[in-house]
Ligand binder design. Sequence first.
Ligand SMILES: Nc1ncnc2c1ncn2[C@@H]1O[C@H](COP(=O)(O)OP(=O)(O)OP(=O)(O)O)[C@@H](O)[C@H]1O
Ligand SMILES: [Mg+2]
Length: 318
Amino acid sequence: MSLIIETRDLVKRYGKFTAVNELSLEVPAGSIYGFVGPNGAGKTTTMRMLTTLTRPTAGQAWVAGHSVTEEPRAVRRAIGYMPDEFGVYDDMRVWEYLDFFAACYDIPENERKRLIDDLLELVDLTHRREDMVDKLSRGMKQRLSLARTLAHDPLVLILDEPASGLDPRARVEIRELLVELAKMGKTIFFSSHILADVAEICTHIGIVEAGEMVIQGSMDDMRAQLTPHREIIVTVRDQETAERVKSLVALMADVLDVLILEPKAGRSRVQINFAGDDDGVAAINQKLSAEGILVMGFTEETKDLESMFMRVTKGIVT
Ligand SMILES: Nc1ncnc2c1ncn2[C@@H]1O[C@H](COP(=O)(O)OP(=O)(O)OP(=O)(O)O)[C@@H](O)[C@H]1O
Ligand SMILES: [Mg+2]
C-alpha cells in the first residue's frame, strides 16, 4: 500500500493552545479518505499544513512523496485544495472564474477553453457558463469550486467540508462527483462532520478529536475494530424453539452470550452476541438448519457509523 499523504507526529500550536497534537495520518493512494471530527477538532488546521498554507510547529508531512516544508512547490503542484469558504468573486462569470484559476496554474490560453468546457461538463454547470458566480446556488458554487481545484489535473484533492451547508440533494450530487473523481484515479482526502456522507463513499476514515487521531483505517477494519461483538437475532415460531436455539448455540465457538428476547408480533426471538467472523455466522445458521429448527428470520445488527462515532468521541473505545 503506497501512501499519498502521510504525516508523522504533526503538531500545530497557536501560542499555548495545541490545535493539532502529534497527528499521524496515512492516506493510501487511490483512496477516498474521510477525515471526520467535531467542530474545532483540527481538521482545517491539518489541511492547511498539508497544503503548505501554514507551517507545522513540529512533526513532518509528505504529499505525493514531497515534504510540505522542504518542497512546498512540488506539493502545491500535486494537490487541488478546496477551502471551507468559497470566497468572494463579484463580477465574474462562471467561465471567467475557471479561466482565471487555469491562468494562475500557467495553463496556456489556447488550451483553456477546452479545459473549461471539460470541467463545466464534469461538474454539470455547462448551462451556467455565462452566469455571474455570485448568482449561483450554494450547491453550484461548491461544484464550481471543485472544478477549480481540478484545473491543473492534480493527483490529490484536499477538500474541506465539501458538503457543508448543502441540502440533501446537493450533498448526494457532491458525493457522486467525488466517486467519479476517484474513478478517474484521484485520491480524495476530505473533511466532514456529517457521518452519513463519509460512510456512503469512503474507503478509509480517520476520526480526529481535540487535535488527536482517535482511530483510522479502512472502513472494513474500522467496523471490525469498533464492533467487539456482533448481534444476531434469530426469529423462531415459539418459546420452546427459542429455548432449543439457546442451548444449541450457547456452546458454539465465539458465542459470548445468548438471550431470549421478548416475543415480537407473536414470534419468539433469540439474541446471539457473537465475536466470530462471517464463517462463524454461517456456521450458526447451518447448525440450526441441521438440527431441523425452522428459522423465520436471521438478521445481524451492524453497528452504524453514527453510533461508532459517538462511542469513539466519548472515549469509550480507546
Ligand atoms: N489562527 C488561529 N489562531 C488561534 N487558534 C486557532 C487558529 N486557527 C484555528 N485555531 C483553533 O484551533 C482549533 C482547531 O480548529 P480547526 O479550524 O482546525 O478545527 P476544524 O476541525 O476544522 O473545525 P470545524 O469542524 O469547525 O471546521 C480550534 O479550537 C480553533 O479555534
Ligand atoms: Mg474546519
